[in-house]
Structure formats: C-alpha cells, structure tokens
Design a protein around this ligand. Structure first.
Ligand code: 6R9
Length: 636
C-alpha cells in the first residue's frame, strides 16, 4: 500500500516529484499493487502527442468488472456496493451487496450475449438513476461491449444523433423515470429517436414507473423476464489494456457532440487511484456523489472508481428539491454519508433556500466535501464550508473533464490547505502548463494563461469516436506537443491553480457543458428566424444562463415577440433538451461579425452581462455600427 493513500503535504510533494521524474515507474507500481491482471503489460507507456497516440499498459489483459466486483467477493461479499436511494423518500432504500451486484451484472451480461451483443459492439444506455443503470455499464464491460450512456434528460433528437454516431445495436431504457413530483416518458422518447436510427436491433426496457409502453414486435422487450431466465454466472471477456471501455459524448464549440473514447486499463488505474486519495476513502465509509451517471462524474466517481476500491457508493434517483430542499441533508443523515461530492450549481440552489433546510438534519457523519463541474464562487464555497462542513470537513474543488477521465487538479484532504475558489495543486502524475497567446509556456507564479497538460496520464481519452482528426485538431493542434483543455486558469503566488472558465464557445449552465452550435441550429429552424447567436451571462444559481440574440426574417408582418420566445424555447427543448432553454431572448437587427464572418461573441457576452462600459476594440468588425443598435435595444 506504499503510495496509495497520501497522508500529508510533505508526502504529496514527495509523491508528486516522483510521479513527474519517472511517470512510468510511478504508475507501474500502482498498477502492480492494486489490481487484478490476467496478464501483465510489456510496456507501461508509449506516446506521441503529434499523432496523437497514447498507450498505457500495452500487452496487459484484464476485465474491469473482475476488479470492480469479483475480487471483492471473498472479503466484501456482504458489504453494500450500491446503496440506492429512490426518488420517493417513503420507498425503501436498497442495499445491493457486492454479491448481489455480481449476480445482477452477470445475468444482464448473459442477456446481452443472448441478444447477439459481442465484444466491440456499442450499446446505448438511456436510463434514469436506478440500479439497472450502473448494472448496465458493468454488464457491457463484462462482455467487452462498449457502452454509450446518454443522459436521460436529453431529447429524442439528441439521443438519435448519439445513437447513430456510435452505430449502437441496442438501447437499454426504462418505461419512464421519476424526477421529483414528475414522471417522464423515457420509452416514448426512445421510440421517437429510433425512427431515425436504423442501426438499433433491440431495445430492452426496465420497468420503473409501471406505465403502458408501446412495444415494437421483434425489437422491444421487457428486461425482467429475460433476467429471470438468465444464469448469474458469465465469464468475463478478457480485454486488452487499450480495448475501448466506453464512449461518452461531450459538447464541442462547433459541430456535433464529440464521442470521447475511453479505454480499459489506464482508465481503471487512474479513476481508482484518484478516488482513493481525493476522497480518502476508508473501508467502512459511505460515499455519495450526487451527479448523474449520464455524465463523466458519474461514470468515474459513482461507478468505476468507488467499486474498484470496494467502496459503498450511494446512487440517488431524485432531485435536491423533492419533497423539499432538505432532501440531500436528510439522505446524508439517513445513510451516515462520509464523503459528499456535488456541483456548485446545487450548492447555490440549496443556499438560496435558507438554513432551516440544513439545520433539521444531523450532518456529523460528513468528513470530506467535494465540488466539480464549474468554477465555484467564493460565496458558495463559504456557505458549503460553514453550513455543511461546519469548517471541519475540507472541500476538494476538483477540476477535470470528460476528456481527462479522472480528477486532474484538486486538494488532497488533510494534506493540501484549501483556498476558496482554487482547485489548488495537480494530482500526482499530472503536469499542467499555462500558455500565452503566442504559444509559449508561461513559467513562474502569479500568472494567467490557457491551461494545457504536457505529459500523458492513464485515463485520458484516446480519440473521438470515428473522427481522430477532430480529436487531434481540437486538443493537440492549438499548442505544440500539449493537450489543450479549452479552459483558462491562473497560478497564484504559491503555485495553486484557479480555473477561470472556458476560453472557447462552450457554456457551462448548471454544470452542464453546452455547445453554442447545436442550440443555434435549433433556433434557426424556427421559420421566422434568420440568424441567431447565444452567449452565457452570469446567473445566481446556474452559474451561467443562456442569452440569445435572434434576427427575424423580414416578412413585413409584425410578430408577437412573447409567442416567438415560447416557440423558440420549445424547439430547443425538443432538439437539445430543457437544460438548453434560453433565459433571455433579444430580437435584434444585426450581429457583430469579424471580417472573416465569425460572430464576435466577446461583445455579445458583455452586452448580455450588462457590462457595456468597455467593449474593447470594435473597429476591426465588419459592421461596427450594429453594436450600438444592440445596446439601444436593451435600453428600451
Ligand atoms: C468533470 C466535468 C468539463 C469542464 C471543464 C471546466 C469545467 C469542471 C471544474 C470546472 C472550474 C472545477 N469544470 N470542474 N471549472 N472548477 N472544479 O465536469 O466534466 O462535463 O466534461 O466539463 O467543466 O470548464 O473544462 P465535463
């Protein structure tokens, strides 16, 4: 257990220095000691960022589910692996032991096989936060199928795009889902999506809300009867280290979503090692991450990282506001949660509701608090520290991305002194760099620049599914020989990092990454719309909200702007999903453009944020006169 648990700052620096001086040795030691391999590797790492090509633990063979489940059976067979807390607080929580999980995963794996799913096939998973979601990921991994989870809040159009891009043969979904007091017809959404998806042969349906569903003969089947018949033993497929484990889509600044591809061994080693250290997990702890498994945070830190450590991981089906705003804290008390990991947007929403919701619960079990997904503002950080952690529980502000697979910059609790709004120091093995606009690395402290990573780490995405050139172009072409994150950051006087936000056209709303392009495409489908541009503007709870500038076609008729606003948001809901709805829509005559025809979002952002005192240089615009026009419209 030499370097698995970092215990103090001195040890962090020692481990960090070693990890940078000799990365191969460092990761090899961790991989050797803490995992179950069918065969060891020949080479720890080979890499070339110009191609880009990165391979970890080549020659090794393993199955990640043997690491997440089988090997725990001897000592932890009766320990709770997944603690399921349903949407309805009156429905009993479910304690799924490692032995139960083993059986459920193997049964589903056998069902998938019987339906013709083989190693390398893609399976789309479109499920709410119920145990079958985690079980589905693991069942795919058991047989070497590549899972592609689509967040169950996405619309049928967004789902269809993702299914087609990965050419999924199967969809696993449910009749519907509970979200607070609402019920959502997931199967209906799948049916609509599949009208556009000829590649899907089978749909397996989990029964959750007992609703009537439309059954397409020969395609759709209820899952439970198939599970009842299936054996609970399924031999694990032996996977090569670099065999794909999953695809997960993330928004890009332009074009369709990017299917980030993660592979097996490196992802396992990195998520397990970061989980153990960032959350200082001890054997009998109860760990809860409130993310949805539809996002990378759920993949890495609800499912794979915790289970690889034999942890108890809570899965919550509901929302923080149902039945009321005390729900999170009641769950913490009920299950005596020790580590609690959530997003700044949730913290801000809960803070707004007042302390009475917090004070009614006993939070004394909490030891470590975490945040992820967007920069946390100082006020929210202090509210979290004062009222939830009672200034005793360190806050780990963890910076990372779908692309990075695991946590990259973070304090190590009880080792790294925290500082509000700072993600602090790189995790061992991570070599960040700040770059200036000319492409040179900015050395020293008290500097600000674009955040890059100079050296590979085991859980980095290996490609964009079906489009390696786009992968190279997006991440490895801006700065030579470096992975570019798309974020800006500053480094303070002691070397702590603070992430300042995206420097591209991705907008983070309530912690969800939204690309401007698909939303603008949706708006432009409205028959009255000629052109549109969206930007983010600061929002108390969501962090950013969306502001749309819309140019209407000149038809000579007068239009009812309120109705148009509703219609535009309706189209966005259908095409992208409700999370992408616009908070404000301004109908305008023109958009500021550069001479090459690119919309100058920088100016639109400032106007949307009510910050018109310093719009910067507008003289290079093709049409500088439209800027004043847009400002005047706001003032009316
Ligand atoms: C894990 C996850 C990635 C983007 C990332 C950055 C923002 C995430 C952050 C943070 C400041 C943090 N981000 N964590 N910004 N502080 N602690 O969220 O992945 O959904 O791909 O988003 O989120 O802008 O580039 P993903």
């Amino acid at each position: 257990m030499s370097n698995y648990h970092i215990k103090n700052l001195e040890e962090y620096f020692q481990v960090y220095r070693r990890s940078v001086r000799n990365p191969e040795n460092f990761w090899e030691e961790i991989a050797e000691e803490h995992f179950l391999w069918r065969k060891k590797w020949n080479t720890v790492l080979s890499w070339d960022f110009t191609k880009p090509e990165v391979k970890w633990f080549e020659g090794a063979q393993l199955n990640i589910t043997e690491n997440c489940i089988d090997r725990h059976l001897v000592t932890r067979g009766e320990k709770t692996a997944i603690l399921f807390e349903p949407n309805n607080p009156n429905e009993a929580a479910e304690h799924i032991t490692y032995r139960d999980l083993y059986k459920r995963v193997n049964k589903l794996a056998n069902v998938l096989k019987a339906k013709g799913i083989k190693k390398g096939d893609r399976v789309c998973i479109y499920l709410p936060m119920i145990p079958e979601l985690a079980v589905s990921l693991l069942a795919c991994a058991r047989i070497g199928a590549i899972h592609s989870v689509v967040f169950a809040g996405f619309s049928s159009t967004a789902l269809a795009t993702r299914i087609n891009d990965a050419e999924c043969k199967m969809v696993i979904t449910s009749d519907g889902s509970y979200r607070g007091s609402k019920m959502i017809d997931l199967k209906g959404i799948v049916d609509e999506a599949l009208e556009e998806c000829p590649c899907v042969e089978n749909v397996l349906v989990v029964k959750r809300i007992n609703s009537e569903i439309n059954v397409v003969q020969g395609r759709d089947q209820w899952l439970q009867p198939l599970l009842d018949e299936a054996s609970d033993e399924c031999e694990a497929e032996i996977m090569n280290a670099e065999d794909p484990l999953f695809i997960l889509y993330t928004s890009g600044s332009t074009g369709k979503p990017k299917g980030m591809l993660h592979t097996t061994a490196g992802y396992m080693v990195y998520t397990a090692y970061t989980f153990k250290n960032v959350f200082q997990y001890r054997e009998n702890d109860v760990y809860w991450c409130t993310a949805d498994i539809g996002w990378i945070t759920g993949h890495s830190y609800i499912v794979y990282g915790p289970l690889a450590n034999g942890a108890t991981t809570v899965m919550f089906e509901g929302v923080p506001s149902y039945p009321d705003y005390s729900r999170f804290w009641q769950i913490v008390e009920k299950h005596k949660v020790n580590q609690f990991y959530t997003a700044p947007t949730a913290i801000r929403a809960l803070a707004k509701e007042g302390l009475s919701h917090v004070e009614s619960s006993d939070l004394s079990s909490l030891k470590i608090l975490g945040t992820v997904g967007e920069p946390i503002n100082e006020e929210a950080w202090h509210w979290y520290d004062d009222n939830i952690g009672k200034r005793k529980s360190p806050i780990v502000d963890t910076w990372w991305q779908t692309e990075t697979g695991g946590i990259m910059i973070t304090p190590i609790p009880f080792s790294t002194p925290t500082k509000p709004t700072y993600a602090t120091l790189p995790f061992p093995g991570i070599q960040p760099a700040l770059m200036d606009a000319e492409g040179s690395e900015i050395k020293g402290n008290q500097v600000e620049g674009r955040l890059c990573v100079k050296f590979p780490w085991p859980s980095m995405a290996r490609t964009i599914w079906g489009n390696h050139e786009r992968y190279r172009n997006t991440y490895f072409s801006t700065f030579e020989n470096k992975y570019f994150t798309g974020d800006g950051a500053l480094r303070d006087e002691v070397g702590y990092y603070r992430i300042t936000g995206r420097v591209d056209d991705v907008i983070i709303v309530s912690g969800h990454n939204l690309g401007t392009a698909p939303i603008e495409d949706a708006i432009n489908e409205h028959p009255a719309v000629a052109e549109s541009a969206i930007v983010g503007f600061p929002h108390d709870i969501k962090g950013n909200a969306l502001y749309g500038y819309v140019i209407l076609k000149d038809t000579g008729e007068s239009r009812n702007h309120e109705n148009l606003r509703k219609e535009i948001n309706q189209i966005i809901t259908e095409q992208v999903g409700p999370i992408a709805k616009l908070d404000r829509i301004q109908f305008t005559q023109g958009l500021p453009k550069t001479r090459s025809g690119k919309i100058m979002r920088r100016i639109l952002r400032k106007i949307a944020s009510n910050d018109i005192s310093n719009l910067g240089d507008t003289s290079t615009l093709l049409n500088p006169e439209v800027v004043q026009g847009i400002i005047d419209e706001v003032l009316v």
